[in-house]
Design a binder for this molecule. Structure first.
Ligand code: PHE
Length: 327
């Protein structure tokens, strides 16, 4: 019997971003089960090894080190949060093991790391779309920002949004920071309220986004909130309830997109009727794209696999067609 091909996944299976890791792991598992049912890769089955990062950067680095040095994985999938992918990616680069992040959007994740890839858009694109939506669809001129100073993702998206919104004739009337996990946002929100902002951009993750929405409404603020992909969790609505109604966020895919229908049907059948968030689809795409590259690669050695991933063009993902560019 041929040995299995080991693939690692590091993700936040617990903690304040738990749905990120859980949904991604579901998508990855679905893909690998399908591939194994059809005979695997190069005649070998794939074995998935998942470690919990708890949403913590140093845990992410440790998880990836363990996957590479003790489990001897062929490739690594993860993380969702950009700061954690930056930490894990440094380890993959050091050991020459290819990594594909399903969903980290910060530019720094892949810069200068030729073993690190992603299968999603980046934050300059996302910020442009959000700014355009705020200006053109919502018709707003004055925006305030409340961002998480602990996350590379949040800081990057705040910078890119500021640039894009100003270019489109908008004004940033207040720019406030918090630290992920904070419980009290009343000082920042009171400040924002006094500046007469028409829309509040909150480029953070869903647990904080929900808490901010609740506290803003308590302070009598009626303006719409705007988020990035980091809001994508069933928990956002569960925690925030009515406080989030009338707000908007950008995302990688939507379950009612016609080209996602097959994937959504399969996901629901496998996971007790649950509708996949974007992370499920991106996890599935990252794993399937990796398998596609494994099949094309000269060998499963780090460099050969890296080269095969790097030339991926027009790969038909469930979240859209995926092409690697030079970054
Ligand atoms: N893009 C976010 C980051 O880079 C992670 C994320 C992706 C969260 C998709 C939710 C959905 O940190």
């Amino acid at each position: 019997v041929e040995e299995t091909i080991k693939v690692g996944h590091y993700g936040s299976m617990t903690g304040s971003e738990a749905t990120f890791g859980q949904s991604t792991d579901r998508g990855i598992r679905m893909a690998i089960e399908e591939v194994n049912a059809k005979g695997g890769v190069k005649g070998r089955k794939i074995e998935l090894i998942t470690y919990d990062t708890k949403g913590d950067s140093s845990e992410a680095g440790k998880a990836v080190t363990r996957l590479i040095t003790s489990d001897k994985v062929t490739a690594v999938l993860g993380e969702v949060a950009s700061s954690l992918s930056i930490a894990g990616g440094a380890v993959c680069q050091q050991y020459g093991v290819p990594m594909i992040s399903p969903s980290s959007t910060n530019a720094r994740v892949t810069v200068g790391k030729d073993f690190v890839f992603r299968v999603c858009f980046t934050d300059d694109f996302q910020a442009f779309a959000l700014a355009k939506f705020a200006r053109e669809n919502l018709g707003k001129t004055k925006a305030a920002i409340l961002y998480d100073q602990k996350q590379a993702y949040s800081k990057g998206l705040r910078d890119e949004f500021t640039k894009a919104f100003k270019k489109m004739g908008g004004e940033i009337v207040d720019d406030q920071a918090y630290s992920g996990g904070d419980q009290d946002f009343s000082a920042q929100l009171s400040n924002i309220r006094s500046k007469n902002a028409e829309v509040l951009f909150v480029p953070g993750y869903y647990t904080d986004g929900a808490a901010i929405a609740i506290q803003a409404r308590k302070l009598g603020m009626k303006l719409p909130l705007l988020g990035g992909d980091g809001w994508d969790s069933e928990q956002l609505g569960k925690i925030a309830g009515d406080s989030i109604v009338g707000s908007f966020y950008s995302n990688h895919s939507a379950p009612d997109q016609p080209d996602m229908a097959d994937f959504v049907t399969k996901y629901k059948a496998q996971f007790a009727g649950a509708t996949p968030d974007a992370l499920g689809g991106l996890g599935y795409d990252a794993a399937m794209l990796l398998v596609d590259a494994m099949n094309r690669a000269k060998s499963l050695g780090g460099k050969d696999l890296r080269d095969a991933i790097a030339v991926t063009s027009g790969f038909p993902g469930v979240t859209g067609a995926i092409t690697m560019d030079k970054n």
